[in-house]
Write a protein that binds this ligand. Structure first.
Ligand code: NDP
Length: 287
């Protein structure tokens, strides 16, 4: 292996420490940042994600509430809860865990969230702000990737960044953030021909595909920075997860690489906490 390995756990711990200090400052100024996490239904993975988010916020000293709605909830019931939380002055951040049970419209729910409380950064107003260079709340996973790059001294300016994946939650905001930092950005997807060839031109390669170990060393330019957003189960192993990048072969070629687990994953929840504090600041005018 020639690549240096990015320690996402360590950078996430630093972010959480900073957020903890900011929570203390805000509390001293009379504001307790409040995060509401909404879980609809009983998807086991979503239960784990939401309780981790609620617990982390609580451990950082925030006012943290987990709302559990039954899988049979109606669109109107979910909407009512969001409207109530929008009005609640003790709540600065609202997160509705995806996916919602079948029959419920997530986009419609996201549109109802007050953009100032939209800690996932998925509301069209925040998406528009991101693409037009205005301050707002930015999706947590791509924000976490930017923080990792910064922590390891990688300046995207003038670099060619290739993002594989164009989802609204990872690929597109990732591309927007890299563009904002002056990278030349190529976005690839399932209809991109010659994917490996395009990826081999990347100084910074971000994989957000959802395909187990698809990006091998053949896709990597020597010395490139490789960021693996993927979280994929490994068939035959109950608890094992691996990324979209084939770590062993990619690490032979890359200069710097994230592992899975322990790379981008821990950053997502840390950046969510940072967004909750930012949301509290924006709503209360405390800087
Ligand atoms: P989506 O399924 O929404 O998007 C996947 C993207 O990959 C799509 O744009 C799709 O193209 C593209 N794609 C699929 N197959 C190929 C292929 N063979 N070649 C090129 N492109 C392809 O996934 P997400 O963006 O939500 O998530 C991506 C990965 O990141 C998943 O493994 C997910 O678990 C993980 N993830 C990790 C997080 C973390 O905290 N670390 C947070 C969120 C996600 P098209 O648009 O054409 O269909």
């Amino acid at each position: 292996m020639s690549a240096a390995v990015i320690d996402g756990k360590q950078v996430a711990a630093q972010v959480l420490e900073e957020v903890g200090r900011e929570v203390e400052q805000l509390k001293a100024a009379g504001v307790t940042p409040g995060l509401a996490v909404v879980l609809v239904g009983d998807d086991p993975a979503s239960q784990v994600y939401t309780s981790n988010k609620e617990r982390t916020a609580r451990e950082l000293g925030m006012h943290s509430v987990l709302y559990r709605l039954s899988a049979t909830s109606t669109q109107a019931e979910v909407a009512d809860l969001v409207r109530t939380l929008n009005r609640d002055p003790a709540i600065h951040g609202i997160l509705v865990q995806s996916p919602l049970p079948k029959g419920l419209d997530m986009d419609a729910v996201v549109r109802l969230i007050d953009p100032l409380k939209d800690v996932d950064g998925f509301h069209p107003e925040n998406v528009g702000r991101l693409w037009t260079g205005q301050d707002g709340l930015v999706p947590c996973t791509p924000a976490g990737v930017m923080r990792l790059l910064e922590a390891y001294g990688v300046d995207p300016k003038g670099k060619h960044a290739v993002v594989v994946g164009r989802s609204n939650i990872v690929g597109k905001p990732m591309a927007a953030l890299l563009l904002a930092r002056h990278a030349t950005v190529t976005i690839c997807h399932s209809r991109t021909p010659d994917l490996a060839e395009t990826c081999r031109r990347a100084d910074i390669l971000v994989a957000a595909v959802g395909k187990l170990q698809m990006i091998t060393g053949e896709y990597v330019k020597p010395g490139a920075v490789v960021i693996d957003v993927g979280i994929n189960p490994v068939p035959g192993f109950k608890k094992r997860i691996r990324g979209d990048v084939d770590f062993d072969s990619a690490a032979e070629v890359a200069g710097l690489i994230t592992p899975v687990p322990g790379g981008v994953g821990p950053m997502t929840i840390a950046m969510l906490m940072a967004n909750a504090v930012k949301a509290a600041r924006m709503q209360t005018g405390k800087s």
